[in-house]
Design a binder for this molecule. Sequence first.
Ligand code: SAM
Length: 285
Amino acid sequence: MPELANARDTAEIIRKYGFSVQKRFGQNFLIDEHVLDKIIDAAQIDKSDGVIEIGPGLGTMTRRLGELAGKVVAIEIDRQLIPILSDTLSDCDNVKVINADVMKTDLKLLIDEEFGDMPVKVVANLPYYITTPIVMNLLEGRLAIDSITIMIQKEVAERMRALPGSKDYGALSLAVGYYADAYIAANVPPNCFMPRPKVGSCVIRLTVLKNPPVSVRDEKQMFALIRGAFNQRRKTLVNAVSNYEGLSFNKDEIEEALKELDLSPSIRGEALDLRQFAALSDVLT
Ligand code: SAM
């Protein structure tokens, strides 16, 4: 079986099956062995682990995951790829491929049925058109997973682990920080994929936290406040949140709450960290 993580074998498989690459599914196949090694190293997988791979593509990373993990379940949306995967993974007994959209898959049920008590890790070279919804689905679903190691667009990776005050800091940084510890394992240039994406990429590992780093009485309200604050990020927090239709606080109430926390009434959302958003939400509850 070819190693696949190189341009020659990838082009050969594509030609052999007359496969046409689907832009709409974000298909950029990995063709660099060293980058594959970096993802695998960052994921820290052993035989006791179960792995969910999102978007196995031609099976390049799936084969490696099968060698290292106890069991792999790979979820692929593109039905054209299923016969190719049956071929490229024909000797991988512990790999199961499911033809489905990960956004419409009940992952809680899948984990229960496929992995039982095994620790579960998610590993993927994600389709870039849908990165944030997939990641938020995995985190907000409070699934029994230990970590998420993914290749994503560099700009999104930078937003995920940005700190207050920086230009990349926003609702995504706060949401990821609430659920996970983020670590960037590698920067990856476009020439490591076929076809080449227009943007640079990063391998990022999100280690899922057992408990959130802050406690808040109403988690939903805190995230609504965060969304409101960054919805109009050039405005003060008071103006942005009071205009936000997902919430019904008026300017006076928000100013009063900020005062109670010793924060300026003209502060912007980008200056508050997670602990301060949690405190603001509790004062407003
Ligand atoms: N893992 C392969 C690799 O590294 O070469 C392919 C990665 S490619 C960037 C993204 C893969 O995700 C494609 O195979 C694509 O068809 C699949 N995909 C896109 N949207 C999906 C979805 N909603 N659910 C499951 N798979 C999806």
